[in-house]
Design a binder for this molecule. Structure first.
Ligand SMILES: [Zn+2]
Length: 362
C-alpha cells in the first residue's frame, strides 16, 4: 500500500478505512455516536480504539479532527499507523496502551468545517463556564471586517485589517484573530459559552479509558500552520517547566511553545489538553500538538473567513458556496502523495519517540 491509500476524500471513507485497519490489526473500536448526520447522510461518531492491556500504567493518546476538517490528515495518519507492522509490534512489546481517538469533532470533519456543530473551536472550549471568560478586545475591533456583509470582502474591510496589522504587527493580528474569542458566535475561533458535544464526549471517554494510568502522553494531530508538510511539535501542557523539559527530551529540542513565542501559533486560551491534569491530577502528563503546514497563513485565514461567511449566508449562490467549501478543505488538507508521505514519516517518528519516552523509566 502507498501513503495515499490511508487518506480519504470524505469523512465516511476515512472512517471506513480506519475501522478496516483496526479490524485487520485485530482491534475492537467503540463508537460514541453523534446526534446529527453527516454531509452524505452518514452516521457520525467519535471512535475509540485501544491497543494494549486494559489496565496499562502508561497511555499514549493519538487523536484526530479536534478541528473537524483537519481530520483528513489526522485520520490518514491513524490509519497509516494501524497498517504499519513495525509500529504495531513496537506497541505490543511494551506495557503501554495506545488509545486512538478517531474524529474528536466528527461533525466538522464530515461537513468540512474547522468548528463543531455548535460553531465552536474545540481547542478554545475548555473553560469553567461559571467563571468570567477571557475577553479579546482585538477581535472585537476587527470582527466586522473579518466577516463583512458580502463575500468576497470589499476594499474597505481589507483596509481595516491592514490598518490593524500595521498598528499591531502580523503577530498581533494573528493573536487577535486566532487566540480565541467568546463574544461573536458566528465568528472565527469562537470558544463557546458551554461545553460542546465533542468536549463532553471526550471527557467521558477519557474518564473511562485513562483512569488509573500513571503516565499519560498525547499527540493531537492538526493542520494549517507553518511550512507545507512540516510537522511542528507544539508543546501542549502545563507551564511548570518540568513538562516542557520532558517534552523536549522525548521529541527533541525543536519542540516549540506557545508560552515563549517559539511556535507558529499565537498564545491560545481554553485548550483541550487541560482536561488531562484536570481529570488526572496525579498522572504525569506529556503532550504535543503535531501541526502540519498547508498554505501560507493569510490564505488559511481567508479560507476560514469565507467558510464562516458562508455559514452566516445560506442564501449564497451554489457556485460560490462550492468554491468556498473547496477552499476550506484545501486550506487544511494538501491532497498530494508527497504531502501525505511527509505526514506519515514525521508522525511515525513522533509516535515512536512518545513510546520510548513513556517507557524510559523501565
Ligand atoms: Zn487544528
Amino acid at each position: 500500500m502507498s501513503a495515499s491509500d490511508f487518506f480519504s476524500q470524505s469523512y465516511a471513507q476515512a472512517r471506513a478505512k480506519f475501522l478496516a485497519a483496526a479490524e485487520a490489526a485485530g482491534l475492537d473500536p467503540e463508537p460514541h455516536w453523534h446526534p446529527l448526520l453527516g454531509r452524505d447522510g452518514e452516521r457520525l461518531a467519535l471512535d475509540v480504539l485501544r491497543h494494549g492491556p486494559s489496565k496499562a500504567r502508561r497511555l499514549l493518546i493519538i487523536s484526530s479532527a479536534c478541528h473537524g476538517v483537519e481530520g483528513f490528515a489526522g485520520s490518514g495518519i491513524q490509519t497509516g499507523l494501524l497498517n504499519d507492522p513495525s509500529w504495531l509490534a513496537e506497541v505490543a512489546a511494551q506495557d503501554v496502551c495506545v488509545l486512538y481517538l478517531h474524529a474528536l469533532n466528527p461533525h466538522g470533519f464530515s461537513w468540512w468545517r474547522r468548528v463543531t456543530q455548535e460553531g465552536v473551536d474545540l481547542n478554545r472550549n475548555w473553560h469553567d463556564f461559571h467563571q468570567p471568560l477571557p475577553h479579546n478586545a482585538g477581535y472585537d475591533e476587527i470582527a466586522a471586517a473579518l466577516l463583512p456583509a458580502q463575500w468576497p470582502p470589499n476594499a474597505a474591510s481589507e483596509a481595516v485589517l491592514a490598518d490593524y496589522a500595521a498598528r499591531h504587527g502580523d503577530k498581533g493580528q494573528q493573536q487577535a484573530i486566532t487566540g480565541g474569542q467568546y463574544e461573536h458566535e458566528l465568528g472565527l475561533f469562537y470558544g463557546g459559552r458551554a461545553p460542546t458535544w465533542s468536549q463532553q464526549t471526550l471527557r467521558h471517554v477519557l474518564q473511562e479509558q485513562a483512569a488509573g494510568a500513571e503516565s499519560i502522553a498525547w499527540i493531537d494531530l492538526h493542520t494549517g500552520l507553518g511550512p507545507s508538510g512540516h510537522g511542528e511539535r507544539i508543546f501542549a501542557g502545563q507551564d511548570d517547566g518540568r513538562s516542557l523539559t520532558r517534552a523536549r527530551l522525548w521529541w527533541g529540542k525543536e519542540v516549540t511553545s506557545l508560552l515563549d513565542g517559539s511556535s507558529s501559533s499565537a498564545p491560545l486560551v481554553g485548550l483541550m489538553w487541560s482536561v488531562v491534569p484536570e481529570l488526572f491530577p496525579t498522572a504525569e502528563y506529556t503532550g504535543i500538538a503535531l501541526e502540519f503546514g498547508t498554505l501560507p497563513l493569510p490564505e488559511m485565514l481567508n479560507a476560514l473567513r469565507a467558510d464562516h461567511w458562508l455559514e452566516a449566508h445560506p442564501e449564497a449562490p451554489e457556485t460560490l458556496a462550492q468554491a468556498i467549501k473547496r477552499q476550506i478543505r484545501d486550506a487544511f488538507y494538501v491532497d498530494t502523495a508527497d504531502w501525505k508521505q511527509q505526514l506519515l514519516t514525521q508522525a511515525r517518528q513522533a509516535c515512536g519517540q512518545a513510546l520510548k519516552g513513556l517507557t524510559s523509566d523501565d
